[in-house]
Each structure stands twice: as structure tokens, then as C-alpha cells.
Design a protein. Structure first.
Length: 120
């Protein structure tokens, strides 16, 4: 797969409820990470093959690495006293992340003339 194939074959990123992400900056970061990881993994596979490693073993090890990744943001027990903050299609600089209100990755960035600017 060439670099141009990777760039045009991006996944649609979804939130935990299954809705597609709409924040352009979040999607940009996820896509950049995806491209970097894919290139790094391709290089590692090619190195392993050149050094005589079994391809299936290498792929199994890579799947195991992914399976072992830990989510440091596991959802906490939901507090019924805390209301959820509604999130529209646009980004207002805040997000509800596993029950905590946090700054969005694009917080503080102007979204251009006539568009909203993230809250300070």
C-alpha cells in the first residue's frame, strides 16, 4: 500500500456512541497518528522479513501488542447528579470525556472569520 493509498483510505472516526466525530482538529490528529503508525508498522514488517522473521509470527505479535494497549480513560461510574453537557455539530472548545468536562484539542484555535472561536 502506497502513501497515497493510506491517505485516501482513512477510517471514519466515531465516538463511543457510534456517531462520527465532527471536530476537524480531532480528526486531523487521529488521521496523522494513523498514517504514522501504519508507516512505522510497514517498516517494521519489512525489516522483520529481511532479517528472516516468520511473517505470521510478526503479525501475531503486532496483534498482541494492540490487544495489550490499556485505556487510561476508562469510563468511571456515572454520577446521576451530574448532567451531561450537550455537544453540537460544531466544536465549542469543550467536550464531555468519560464523565469529565475537558478542553477539546482545538480549544483556543480560531475557526476562521464568521465562525465560532473556542472558549477561553
Amino acid at each position: 500500500m502506497s502513501k497515497s493509498d493510506i491517505i485516501t483510505d482513512m477510517p471514519t472516526w466515531h465516538n463511543p456512541d457510534g456517531a462520527p466525530l465532527s471536530c476537524v482538529e480531532k480528526i486531523k490528529v487521529l488521521n496523522e497518528n494513523f498514517v504514522e503508525l501504519r508507516e512505522m508498522m510497514q517498516d517494521a514488517l519489512e525489516d522483520a522479513l529481511l532479517m528472516g522473521c516468520d511473517e505470521e509470527q510478526f503479525r501475531a505479535v503486532m496483534r498482541e501488542v494492540v490487544a495489550e494497549l490499556e485505556n487510561p480513560y476508562r469510563p468511571a461510574e456515572k454520577n446521576p447528579d451530574e448532567g451531561e453537557i450537550p455537544v453540537g455539530d460544531g466544536c465549542d472548545g469543550w467536550q464531555l470525556c468519560y464523565g469529565r468536562t475537558t478542553r477539546c484539542l482545538c480549544a483556543g484555535l480560531s475557526q476562521g472569520p464568521g465562525r465560532r472561536t473556542a472558549r477561553a
